[in-house]
Ligand binder design. Sequence first.
Ligand SMILES: CC(C)(COP(=O)(O)OP(=O)(O)OC[C@H]1O[C@@H](n2cnc3c(N)ncnc32)[C@H](O)[C@@H]1OP(=O)(O)O)[C@@H](O)C(=O)NCCC(=O)NCCS
Length: 158
Amino acid sequence: MSGVVVRPYQAADAPATLEIFSRAITTTARSAYSAEQTAAWLGEPPSLPDWDRARASVRTFVAELGGRVVGFTDLDDQGYVDRLFVHPDTGRRGVASALVSRVVHEGRRRGLSVLTTHASLVAEPVLSRHGFEVVARETVHRGDVALDRFEMVRALRT
Ligand SMILES: CC(C)(COP(=O)(O)OP(=O)(O)OC[C@H]1O[C@@H](n2cnc3c(N)ncnc32)[C@H](O)[C@@H]1OP(=O)(O)O)[C@@H](O)C(=O)NCCC(=O)NCCS
């Protein structure tokens, strides 16, 4: 979608990205997971300094719409995409799509041969549209709570 600007994460983005993480799980992901599952996924809220350190420890990108941070993703040195979250107020407008395009571009730029991720049931269609393929459907446990997700791979040679 035009109007989405993707740029590198900065420390000042910590509050907005933490809010997006929380809202995306408790609101958007509820279309595919129970309240018990989303609470287990969310876990205990991290402190802002811890959250910022985690975002800065990998290459994190944020998406802005109208000057407001509305989503983020990341890419580590091995080509693993850990996070992909968009604020529910700006869902289904191509924000995630713009973020995924950016990490695919970034992976190619770094000479990686594949990107890998574990995608939620909600994120799988967006990633599939960008060439990620499901390798396996798996169930992970957060405490006693089971969560289904997809292991996905994106070849970068093509
Ligand atoms: C998955 C997510 C990042 C997509 O963000 P987005 O900016 O809305 O995505 P795009 O606009 O690029 O693509 C839209 C697609 O996302 C999926 N999607 C978005 N909102 C959705 C919702 N409320 N319910 C179900 N699917 C949804 C659909 O496949 C949708 O395609 P469609 O409109 O043709 O059905 C966002 O919904 C989100 O943050 N979800 C909750 C957290 C999550 O699951 N993160 C992934 C962790 S691996």
